[in-house]
Write a protein that binds this ligand. Structure first.
Ligand code: IMP
Ligand code: MG
Length: 415
């Protein structure tokens, strides 16, 4: 009989990040034991409150220091190819690769200074608190060796389906990276083939910002747009125009599928998505492109309906490729079936391949590359990059702004 635990696991697995959940569990103990409300807010108790806050900050910091140690130990075993034996791998079996250490204690100190997490009596450190602390730690660790930052488009640089407008507050921060000789690439699912004008339209505010800042040719030469996850690469000309780069102009061997294979896989995806529409009576249409097939709703669908479509097509394509146990990256034709927030898409290839293509082009190693995106659950399209580089998980363009401001601060301090 299926246990309740198994049912819950299957219902929730695609909504969880196991490392964040693990850290959250660790922080809950001091919160429950020590951070509880004091009986009365009398003047003499205010002093006590302050002491409690300090003690809490100390306890949280010690936990972050211990997790930092677990990561160091995991990294040491990673180097010997036996990371599966680490204590962290035992505690969090789905744990991946860490390309840098993570100074979590220091990052907690910095976030706590701003947000006073340790002063909270009623709300324990949350998933989002921990996600942001991990992001700050990653930024601190990678800054001295950073060569390339890749960004997701929708929800990372601009709202879903919107364009990068001329007043986007991220413009100056992206320009600052390019001026520091750090490459910037937008790695997006949006697939418009080799149509540079479509991408220029969506990014017009940023390209105008480059012109306004009079970026030099060698500075804009470090800017790239990679559409369709990994399929359509564009460089930037000295006149701030996007230029399509065909396969002969960069190392594209990671994308070695034939058109017949692509169409066969898209047929399977299309049939499965059509099955989802019929099965759940969805008010949506199916859109077929040369390297993708999408389910586009006529009226908004729920997150659960879109997750169902993404997981259903993931499983259908894994089965079709004879790899029921593997991941979408390990099959003969890698693909990406994801919930885009308002739609669901199956793309040929994925951002893991996208980031690797750019790493080859720019001679950047995983420890020199940072990917910033909003979709790190198993039904998302940024999660695949974790195999190729360091990552930061943001949830909206405002968070991208505060992350890049932090990066700017660390880079300036290291100068
Ligand atoms: P990203 O967040 O920048 O990766 O963009 C994801 C969004 O791009 C999807 O949710 C879609 O709305 C949109 N999109 C446009 N064309 C495509 C395509 O060919 N494949 C996948 N997504 C696409
Ligand atoms: Mg996105």
């Amino acid at each position: 009989m299926t246990s309740q635990y198994r049912v819950n696991y299957h219902l929730r697995a695609h909504k969880r990040d196991h490392l964040v959940e693990f850290i959250k569990g660790m922080l809950l103990t001091p919160f429950v034991l020590h951070a509880q409300p004091q009986p009365q807010p009398q003047p003499q108790l205010l002093l006590l409150d302050e002491r409690v806050q300090e003690a809490n900050a100390q306890r949280y910091a010690e936990i972050f220091a211990s997790i930092e140690e677990l990561i160091d130990e995991h990294r040491a075993l990673q180097a010997d190819g036996i990371a599966a034996y680490s204590r962290l791998a035992k505690l969090v079996p789905s744990i991946g690769t860490f390309f840098t250490p993570l100074p979590l204690r220091q990052a907690f100190g910095r976030v706590n200074l701003r947000e006073r997490i340790s002063a909270r009596k009623h709300v324990p450190p949350s998933f989002n608190d921990i996600r942001r602390i991990l992001n700050i730690a990653q930024v601190m660790a990678i800054a001295p060796q950073l060569k390339m930052v890749t960004f997701d488009g929708d929800m990372t640089l601009y709202a879903d389906g919107q364009n990068f407008e001329h007043d986007n507050a991220l413009t100056d921060l992206l320009i600052s990276l390019l001026r520091r000789r750090i490459a910037v690439a937008i790695v997006t699912a949006a697939g418009y083939g080799d149509d540079a004008a479509r991408y220029e339209l969506r990014l017009s505010g940023l390209l105008k910002g480059f012109a306004r800042a009079a970026l030099r040719p060698d500075e804009v030469a470090r800017f790239f747009v990679l559409g369709g996850e990994c399929n359509f690469l564009f460089g930037c000309s000295p006149a701030y125009r996007l230029e399509y780069l065909d396969d002969s102009q960069y190392p594209a061997s990671l994308r070695s599928w034939t058109d017949a294979q692509v169409q066969q896989l898209l047929d399977v995806a299309e049939a499965d998505l059509a099955g989802c529409v019929a099965r759940m009576s969805l008010d949506a249409r199916i859109l077929r492109k040369p390297r993708a097939v999408g389910l586009v709703p006529n009226a908004p669908l729920t997150r659960e309906q879109l997750d169902e479509c993404a997981l259903s097509s993931q499983i259908a394509l894994l089965k079709f490729q004879g790899s029921p146990k593997s991941q979408p990256c390990d099959v003969p034709i890698p693909f990406c079936a994801f919930n885009g927030g308002n739609d669901c898409w199956v793309d040929i290839g994925n951002k893991l391949i996208g980031v690797r293509i750019l790493q080859q082009l720019l001679a950047a190693e995983p420890a020199n590359t940072l990917h910033v995106g909003d979709q790190f659950l198993s039904t998302g399209n940024d999660i695949s990059t974790r195999t190729a580089c360091c990552t930061c998980w943001i949830i909206n363009p405002q968070e991208t702004h505060s992350l890049l401001s932090e990066l700017e601060y660390v880079l300036a301090k290291n100068e």
